[in-house]
Design a protein around this ligand. Sequence first.
Ligand code: RIB
Ligand code: CA
Length: 313
Amino acid sequence: MSPRKIIIDTDPGQDDAVAILLALASPEEIDVLGISCVAGNVPLALTCKNALIICELAGRPDVPVYAGSEQPISRRLVTAEHVHGETGLNGPVLPDPKMPLQDGHAVDFIIDTLRREPPNTVTLCALGPLTNVAKALQKAPEIADRIQELVLMGGAYFEVGNITPTAEFNIYVDPQAAEIVFKSGIPIVVFPLDVTHKALVTKPRNDAFRALATPVGNAVAEMTDFFERFDKSKYDSEGAPLHDPCVTAYIIASDIFSGRHVNVEIETGSELTMGMTVADWWDVTDRPANALFIGDLDADRFFDLLTARLARL
Ligand code: RIB
Ligand code: CA
């Protein structure tokens, strides 16, 4: 089977970085057409720099990286240095990138790619706020029918919020963008905190990254050492949740995960619950299902896959 063509829209972020590394380590299943950066975990200039750093760490300076939206569609940017550190990639000491950003805006890259490639042959993997994806849909509505699938990390239902009591960070940063995306009719697969909080980098799992004894293995272990502080202190969890790599792993081996087709709507009216993903998990409304909402994974298979693929880099 030929590899699946994807665009990674991202706000690196240590977990974004691992998701990108996993994608670049899996050429049999994934052909990364390019990376579009968005403001989120840290401001846009840093998410772009971090994406370049990770491509070079993977030995892939050929991957086109584009700068995208530096602000949400209508709200003030909220960032997450308290989780990811001032650079967004705190932990390892990695060299500044030599590879340049591509000319042009990430939103235009997304539109141009979807117009050029045959319909339903390109998957969008969204790992940050959905600003770029929503702006592409606003600027070129016809692309909605050309997207094979949108696989995104975002939202929460049973797990509730991680940035407010009710909202997960990616959706909270740009709820208006999320509303546009979830009403677009695109086939959507959602990786909420409900599943990503089960993808925990326990000490044995992080030791396995370090045991690779490669620049990539060491970098991922050091990213995790930094990134886990927030969740360990807040949730008393056993380790850092690898949110975004769930998206890439799904492209490689979807049967690691399980979920339910449900209706998901986005709160954009109330500041109290702004950015909440209201998932009709128990089908109590007549609202049509618009997303595959992932709730569980085989965590051992996930980490075995991730570690084996990182060993390739
Ligand atoms: O809430 C977790 C999500 O927000 C992840 O994508 C993380 O990288 C941040 O973007
Ligand atoms: Ca992210």
